[in-house]
Ligand binder design. Structure first.
Ligand code: ATP
Ligand code: MG
Length: 419
């Protein structure tokens, strides 16, 4: 038997219920903030991510699924959504002289070490805003995320950390200062950090190695390099968060793995998922559009890790009823199958949102009732010769003995089923 590829898991019917619930809730919150959906391809030219995400990031260096198209072009499965989003808006002329508030969702692909909450195909919902330079949009996005957690009932399991990286000039100055500090002692750094010293030195701050962290103690500090304007931006953001009552903590060591961030960065973290603590991450990336060939356009956004949100939702609400059907139609005579199908059609048009399963494959009444039970339906409809003209229906309530079995005229039957 051929098995699923490592890190690419199946989401089975019993779980898709919860996934729908979570996705619907987040999409409804996005809609309530008047963000609009954009759908993006899974494959892009590799160059898009090399430029957009950054050559020296873990994602581009070692996590991408890259393949050659039949004509030799290098394509990659998207490891994240922001680069594609910028590419699409830019390509369709939707950035220049206008603002955009969009969201995307779907699978992302990264070659990582699979474990609980970390997969090679995983799912994100992202929200991004373009053309807004001020901290008010940073706050609006954080409020949007906060509203998502509330709608899902997981707000108490998440905490917000924020930081500012300053302008790209500040970042460059800090980078130089950090390199100047680390170069003389580079022999003592771990292997990964030695490599990063040449490619992406700020990522060394992210190192989990205690020896490296010890070496960093006397290093120049990022907040000392942040310019007045970025500091003001950051202060205004904090004021807004205070005013709307979103709790947060400033973490001066929060840098983010991706290359493109400027000014605000943030993460929503949980202690409930072991090592996979980040549930949503984002920030401002005012330089990205230009870097991908467009005119300078301020941008800010975040991505929610859906797999992890679903795990949190499971903790918050362990039991969700999983019933495949609401109504089960038993067909008591083979010659009534056509009538039964017509009935199911008519019922579906009158009973919005109810899931109606029709007995397929014949069988004695007892067997059909067993199937109705297995489908955990509330109602069985018994269709026999007497109901052939559909003027009346025989309903059996499968969970309410008091109702038992009753023959009702059509409208009465509908009223019962709608109840
Ligand atoms: P991590 O530190 O966990 O690797 P990241 O910084 O690489 O996360 P981002 O690129 O910022 O993650 O993606 C945003 C969110 O997507 C993360 O906060 C996380 O919830 C989720 N995510 C990222 N990679 C994975 C993965 N391999 N499996 C499941 N979820 C993921
Ligand atoms: Mg990662």
């Amino acid at each position: 038997m051929v098995k699923a590829v490592r890190g690419m898991r199946d989401i089975l019917p019993e779980q898709t219920r919860r996934w729908h619930q979570v996705e619907r809730s987040i999409l409804a919150t996005l809609a309530s903030h008047a963000f609009e959906e954009i759908r993006l391809p899974l494959l892009e030219y590799t160059e898009l991510f090399a430029r957009g995400v950054g050559e020296a990031t873990d994602i581009v260096e070692k996590e991408m699924y890259t393949l050659a198209d039949r004509d030799g072009d290098s394509l990659s499965l998207r490891p994240e959504g922001t680069a594609s989003c910028v590419r699409a808006l830019q390509e369709h002329g939707l950035l220049y002289n206008q603002t955009q508030r969009v969201h995307y969702s779907g699978p992302m692909f990264r070659y990582e070490k699979p474990q609980k909450g970390r997969y090679r195909q995983f799912y994100q919902i992202g929200a991004e805003a373009y053309g807004f330079a001020g901290p008010d949009m940073d706050a609006e996005l954080l409020l949007l995320a906060w509203d998502c957690w509330h709608a899902l009932g997981i707000q108490d399991r998440l905490r917000l950390e924020i930081n500012t990286l300053g302008s790209s000039k500040d970042r460059a100055a800090y980078r130089d200062a950090l390199v100047a500090y680390l170069e003389p002692i580079q022999g003592q750094l771990d292997e990964d950090s030695q490599r990063r010293l040449l490619t992406n030195p700020m990522r060394i701050l992210d190192s989990k190695k205690p020896e490296t962290q010890a070496l960093l103690e006397g290093a120049p500090r990022l907040p000392d390099f942040v310019d007045a304007e970025s500091r003001e931006h950051f202060e205004k953001l904090q004021q807004l968060l205070d005013q709307v009552g979103i709790p947060y903590r400033v973490n001066a060591n929060l840098v983010r793995g991706l290359d493109y961030y400027t000014r605000t960065v943030f993460e929503w973290l949980t202690d409930d998922l072991g090592a996979q603590g980040a549930v949503c991450a984002g920030g401002r990336y005012d330089g990205l559009v230009e870097r991908l060939g467009g005119r300078p356009t301020p941008a800010v956004g975040f991505a929610v890790g859906l797999d992890r949100v679903v795990l949190l939702h499971e903790l918050a609400e362990p039991k969700t009823a999983f019933a495949p059907a609401d109504i089960y139609i038993c067909v008591l005579d083979e010659s009534l199958m056509g009538t039964a199908m017509a009935l199911s059609q008519r019922l579906r048009s009158h009973l919005e949102g109810q899931r109606i399963r029709i007995n397929i494959g014949g069988g004695a009444l007892k067997k059909q009732m067993k199937r109705a039970d297995a489908a955990q339906a509330n109602w069985a409809i018994l269709l026999g010769d007497d109901e052939r003209d559909l003027g009346s229906l025989t309903l059996k309530h499968l969970r309410n003995a008091e109702f038992g079995q009753q023959r009702l005229v059509w409208q009465q039957a509908l009223d019962q089923l709608n109840d």
